[in-house]
Design a protein around this ligand. Structure first.
Ligand SMILES: Cc1ncc(C[n+]2csc(CCO)c2C)c(N)n1
Length: 220
């Protein structure tokens, strides 16, 4: 099995659960309530800012000049995605009050940042990979259906786009290039990180669907 096949195998069931999630079904049949989409967009904005930092740490640990450059480019891409999404969707959804970082977003980004800072390059790569790969697969699956709601159709088109599929293929090729050099224990740790962040991807959609909030107020 290649490294990426091994990683995907660790999260196969999570991916099936993601495709079956009512948030994604609601995107394609247009029934997703706007507040759930707004929640998602607002939390994704927080997520993308930290994800960009996680990619920058991957860039710093990457094995070749070309790999450093690719991750640094993707870090820039994540910031651009955050700003683009803000401009595009808040225009239609309304700015609303600034939302705090909610528990699932904080847990996911904290896990990502802890793993890329403290782990090896391969472990960090495995942790950031579900974000790319699951979105590319979900984008493909959703693109076939699109959405009767033009706002949701635009979101789907962005992640199903061929340009984005190429970005993901490049990261997967890198993973399969370094895979054979890894020890069994490092591969096993990488697979655990991959399965964990894949679950956070499911939880991220679920949090928006549930309208997650902090259970107790803070002093401010
Ligand atoms: C929770 C969450 N997970 C994944 C993505 C998708 N995504 C964000 S940045 C990037 C690659 C580099 O630009 C990808 C694939 C998202 N938006 N939100």
């Amino acid at each position: 099995m290649t490294f990426t096949q091994e990683l995907w195998a660790s999260a196969e069931e999570v991916y099936a659960e993601i495709l079956a999630h009512p948030f994604l079904r609601g995107l394609t049949d247009g029934s997703l309530p706007r507040p759930a989409f707004r929640h998602f967009v607002q939390q994704d904005s927080h997520y993308l800012r930290d994800y960009a930092r996680a990619l920058a740490v991957c860039a710093a640990k990457a094995p070749t000049d070309a790999d450093v450059r690719a991750f640094a480019d993707d870090a820039v891409g994540a910031i651009a995605a955050e700003q683009g999404m803000h401009a595009e969707f808040t225009a239609e959804l309304g700015e609303g009050p600034e939302q705090p970082v909610l528990p699932t977003t904080l847990a996911y980004t904290s896990y990502l940042l802890a793993t890329v800072y403290s782990g090896s390059f391969a472990e960090g790569l495995a942790a950031v990979l579900p974000c790319y790969w699951i979105y590319a697969r979900v984008g493909e699956a959703l693109l076939e259906k699109s959405s009767p709601d033009p706002l949701y159709a635009r979101w789907i088109a962005a992640y199903g786009a061929e340009e984005f599929q190429g970005v993901v293929r490049r990261v997967l090729d890198l993973a399969d290039r370094i895979g054979p050099e890894l020890s069994d224990s490092e591969r096993a740790r990488a697979a655990r990180h991959f399965a964990t962040t894949a679950r956070y991807e499911w939880m991220f959609w679920d949090a928006a669907w549930r309208g997650e909030a902090w259970p107790v107020p803070t002093a401010d």
